[in-house]
Design a protein around this ligand. Structure first.
Ligand code: DUC
Ligand code: ZN
Ligand code: ZN
Length: 471
């Protein structure tokens, strides 16, 4: 009788706080023991990690999978292709969104998402709630939602079909405070966007590159400051999602100086793309990089790198939300002559998130390996109530881990990725790190450049509350 299903030997183990050499013993999908040396004869399977970095599997806490729309567009990935691509890039937990349509109950919204995910997800998943209708009846549903494991509420300050007024945002924040939940805020000033859009269109400036003009840094800065102020008024922590610009980062520094408890997230597109990727001419190809907020300039890229390195950002997520390019339900929903404001927003990122940050961040010494783990796994697991089951390597944690190849020369090509999207914004980019082997609850889901996981193996995770209730 063997003691372990798997032993990972000679691992360079990295957690958010430690880095040391050891062996990891895995039984029944959990980390059973971590020791300097384990007896290989006690394992059914031995994986020799040869001193390779071994990190917890990634937790991607911001992605959109099989999310219905109100404009007739359809995202490229469902729960099969989206979670498969996540696993192939070293992510073993995803937290996509269950979106409430206005007038719909939260209960019905989550029931719909469970149907979309069940039997399809290849890795474990939880859900955030997108609250688009903060009526008294919906607010009254929140205690029950929290009991069922939905402890994070996403709020939009823009998008006609999604946005809440400041008054309604305050109601959601107040409910989050009473419950001990976390609110995630998409901070862009809606009127600045619509006013700039109207003006640009009246001047005939409709090509994709004007999306980056309409979604200005000033509009992001104002909404960021307003979101911080609303959180301060209610006295509740919030998470600012997909922070893109120096102007917004400066607001977060300001809030820290005031002692306001603000968490913040950034994404690969704000490190590796700029507004020029939306076009330097009027070609429609720039639609491939339309997302909101848009990629900015190299000055903002530097500000975002600095905030990653100095501990300002709490988490690094993909905001994976791809639309196919050559698809009448994708970027060309309204044709190639459509103005930028009619192009579906979002790009792919689940599979490339970790390799890009490992390669450009850790291997280029911009951030430490421990900080990488914190940003991509530990901090999101803590913030969303999944720690220590997810987000770390310790006895009792799920055996979700990545054995890294940090010596590779790989050029990203979409035909080697596993999302259903028909392009990647990172086509042609070189990376020097990619998962060699990924385990999800002890099962190998990625090895020798092959997906070896299975649809339906992913389990729904009930999130705990991140903060004490103040009800
Ligand atoms: N912006 C969002 O707010 N959500 C999905 C994709 C995007 O670009
Ligand atoms: Zn958003
Ligand atoms: Zn998003």
């Amino acid at each position: 009788m063997k003691s372990y299903d798997v032993i990972v030997k000679n691992a360079d183990i990295v957690t958010a706080s430690e880095r040391y050499l050891g062996d990891i013993g895995i039984s029944n999908g959990k980390v059973a023991v971590i020791a300097a040396t384990l007896d290989a004869s006690q394992a059914k399977q031995v994986i020799d990690a040869h001193g390779r970095m071994v990190t917890p599997g990634g937790v991607d806490a911001h992605c959109h999978l099989d999310q219905p729309s109100t404009d007739g567009s359809a995202g490229a990935d469902d729960f099969i292709s989206g979670t498969r691509s996540a696993a192939c890039g070293g992510t073993t937990t995803v937290i996509p969104f269950a979106m409430q349509f206005k007038g719909q109950s939260l209960h019905d919204a989550v029931a719909d998402y469970h149907q979309r995910a069940e039997g399809k997800a290849c890795i474990d998943y939880a859900f955030h709630l997108i609250i688009t209708d903060a009526s008294a009846a919906v607010i009254a549903e929140l205690p029950q939602m929290v009991k069922q494991g939905y402890t994070s509420f996403k709020i939009y300050m823009t998008y006609e079909a999604l946005k809440l007024s400041d008054h309604h945002i305050l109601n959601v924040l107040d409910a989050a405070r009473q419950l001990g939940a976390i609110s995630m805020i998409h901070a862009e000033n809606d009127d600045c966007i619509s006013w700039l859009t109207e003006r640009l269109k009246s001047e005939g400036k409709i090509s994709p590159r004007y999306h980056a003009v309409a979604h200005s840094q000033i509009g992001e800065r104002e909404a960021t400051h307003r979101a911080i102020s609303l959180a301060e008024l209610v006295d509740v922590p919030i998470l600012l999602v997909h922070v893109s610009s120096r102007a917004a980062v400066e607001q977060i520094y300001w809030s820290r100086g005031q002692g306001i408890n603000i968490f913040s997230e950034t994404c690969p597109q704000y490190l590796f793309l700029t507004a020029e990727d939306l076009g330097i001419d009027d070609s429609f190809h720039g639609a491939k990089c339309i997302c909101s907020p848009p990629p900015r300039d190299t000055d903002s890229q530097q500000a975002v790198w600095n905030a990653l390195a100095n501990g300002t950002f709490s988490i690094f997520s993909s905001d994976h939300c791809p639309f196919n390019y050559d698809d009448p339900q994708g970027k060309k929903l309204h044709g190639e002559d459509a103005s930028f404001d009619l192009v579906p927003n979002g790009i792919a990122g689940l599979e490339t998130r970790l390799p890009l940050l490992m390669s450009e961040g850790v291997l280029k010494n911009r951030i430490s390996a421990q900080r990488f783990v914190d940003l991509t796994a530990t901090a999101p697991a803590k913030l969303y109530g999944l720690y220590p089951q997810k987000g770390t390597l310790m006895p009792g944690s799920d055996a979700d881990l990545v054995i890294w190849d940090t010596d590779c020369h790989k050029t990203i090509h979409n035909d080697q990725l596993h999302s259903a999207a028909d392009y990647t914004p990172y086509e042609g980019k070189e990376v020097h790190a990619w998962p060699a082997i990924t385990l999800s609850r002890g099962d190998i889901v990625w090895r020798d450049n092959q997906f070896t996981g299975q649809r339906g193996n992913g389990q729904f995770l009930h999130c705990a509350l991140p903060f004490p209730s103040k009800g």
